[in-house]
Design a protein around this ligand. Sequence first.
Ligand SMILES: Cc1cc2nc3c(=O)[nH]c(=O)nc-3n(C[C@H](O)[C@H](O)[C@H](O)COP(=O)(O)O)c2cc1C
Length: 203
Amino acid sequence: MNNQNEESTIESSATTSESDNFGRGAISDGKDTNANEVPTKKLSNSAKSIVIYFSRSGHTEELAKEISETTNSDILELQVKDPYPSNYEETVDRATYERENELYPELSTDIPDLTQYQTVILGHPIWAMTLANPMVTFIQKYEEELEGKVITSFSTNAGYGSGNTFERLSELLPQSKIEEVYTVEDRNAEKDKDNLKKWLSDL
Ligand SMILES: Cc1cc2nc3c(=O)[nH]c(=O)nc-3n(C[C@H](O)[C@H](O)[C@H](O)COP(=O)(O)O)c2cc1C
C-alpha cells in the first residue's frame, strides 16, 4: 500500500471524534508548534544528547519533554514558518501536497551548533506512514551536521505504527548510525511507559 492510501485510510477509518483530540480528531489546539507561545528550548554546554522535535497537536511534544528529562538531554522544538491549519483535513491536504511535490515546509527555528551532541533523538508525528514533513525539512537541511552521530526517532501515531520511519531515516541520513525507533499510538502513550523505558535503556 502506498503512503497516499495509508493516509486516506486514517482519514476514513478513524473512529475518534474531534472532541477527544486523538488520531483524526487531533486538532492543533494552540499548545503546540502552531501557537504563538514560546517554543520549547533548553540548551546546555554539557549535554551529549538532544531531543529535536516537531509536534502539531501536542502528543509528540509531551513525549519529547519526558524523554528529554529522563535522558538529561537538551531539547529543541521545531516550528514551521507557515503554521499548519488547526483543522485536521486541511492539514492532511497541505501535508499531502507538500509530500507529493517534495516541497517540505520552511522552518523558523534557529538550529544551534550540533557538534557537542553524540546522539540526536528526533521526535515527530507519523504523517502518511512516515516522518511528518517538517522533520524531513530539518533532516535534509542538517544532514551534514548529523553525520557520524547516533540518530533515533520517537513518534506518536493514530494506531497504524511507525510506517517506514526507520527506512526513511536510513535513506535520508546514510552517514549516521540509525538506531531502532519507538512509536506509540497517541491515546496509549500513558500506558506504554514500560516499552518507552526499555527503548530508552537500549539507546
Ligand atoms: C497530516 C496528518 C497525517 C497523518 N497520517 C497518519 C498516518 O499515516 N498514520 C497514523 O497512524 N497516524 C497519522 N496521523 C495522526 C498523527 O500521527 C497522530 O495524531 C499524532 O499523535 C499527532 O502528533 P502531534 O500531536 O504531536 O502532532 C496523521 C495526522 C496528520 C495531521
